[in-house]
Ligand binder design. Structure first.
Ligand code: ATP
Ligand code: IP8
Length: 263
């Protein structure tokens, strides 16, 4: 039986440049592919990102800098509410498809120190898996014991952390594009898809920085992916949900995307 951690990218489950807009068809397809794999006996942890729910608010209130003013406190509350709304959408979709989602709030299970994970109560994820649930976590604003007070814990970091800690077989990042390209495929439609990603190729990749992304966008994600691979997660990849690609990756069939080859 395999354990996989799947990060539902905010670019895939929301329309990133339209506030609070869920990409319904994509979300349904991703949940359904996860559930098909679970039906065959696979264990899956889902982590989702912020997309057009968390990022615009976290950016507006500059939460990446911590508690910098009275307004920050309002920002923390509103960003967290937005993330809970998106989490609700994900959970409802799983329920519609007769899945067994179980949300584990990162805000009450992680403590950070200077934005790095200091403490985590991992047992809830383990027990949820054991009892037949699909644990669902998400990027959020989390307490930070250092002077900054709070920090944004990206879903990308949660996903690679859990994959390492629980010795997952696979870590799959689902995006709205087919994988990592030499240049942003939305800006350069003829950009080449990188099938195997190693440190050497990394130098050649141009990443267009998003206007409103509070957690470092694709660069941070690639770093987290390398961390997991270096730590022993055998399959670490970037794919889109289209053409049943997620199910293929979970089931170990050929899929289109980018696979990390060398740490
Ligand atoms: P979130 O952080 O909200 O969960 P996400 O995990 O889906 O989002 P993003 O940070 O939005 O990921 O990164 C995916 C986006 O990066 C794609 O929509 C793509 O347009 C853009 N991008 C920029 N440069 C590249 C590149 N070289 N290869 C692939 N995508 C790129
Ligand atoms: O989209 C960030 O999570 P990510 C969540 O996975 C917030 O980086 C609050 C912006």
């Amino acid at each position: 039986m395999t354990l996989s951690v799947v990060k539902f990218g905010g670019s895939a489950i929301t329309v990133k440049d339209r506030p609070f807009t869920v990409r319904r068809g994509a979300l349904r397809s991703m949940c359904s592919q996860v559930l098909s794999h679970v039906k065959r006996g696979g264990k899956v942890i889902v982590v989702h990102g912020g997309g057009s729910f968390g990022h615009p608010l976290a950016t507006r209130y500059k939460l990446d800098r911590g508690l910098i003013s009275d307004e920050s406190y309002e920002g923390v509350a509103l960003t967290r509410l937005a993330m809970r709304r998106l989490n609700e959408e994900v959970v409802k979709e799983f329920v519609r498809l007769r899945g067994r989602p179980y949300t584990i709030e990162p805000s009450s299970s992680f403590v950070l120190e200077e934005s790095n994970i200091k403490e985590y109560f991992v047992q809830s994820v383990e027990v949820a898996l054991e009892k037949g649930f699909v644990p669902v976590l998400y990027g959020d604003v989390v307490l930070d014991a250092s002077r900054r007070g709070v920090a944004i814990l990206s879903g990308d970091t949660i996903a690679s952390f859990l994959a390492l800690r629980l010795k997952a077989d696979k870590l799959i990042y689902v995006l709205d594009v087919d994988g990592i390209y030499l240049e942003d495929p939305k800006k350069r439609p003829d950009a080449e898809l990188v099938k195997f990603l190693d440190r050497g190729i990394l130098e050649e990749i141009k990443v267009a920085a998003p206007d409103s992304d509070a957690t470092g966008g694709l660069v941070k994600k690639i770093e987290e992916a390398f961390n997991a691979f270096r730590g022993g997660v055998k399959v670490v990849c970037f794919i889109s949900w289209r053409r049943k690609n997620l199910l293929k990756a979970l089931d170990g069939l050929n899929f289109k995307g980018t696979v990390i080859r060398e740490a």
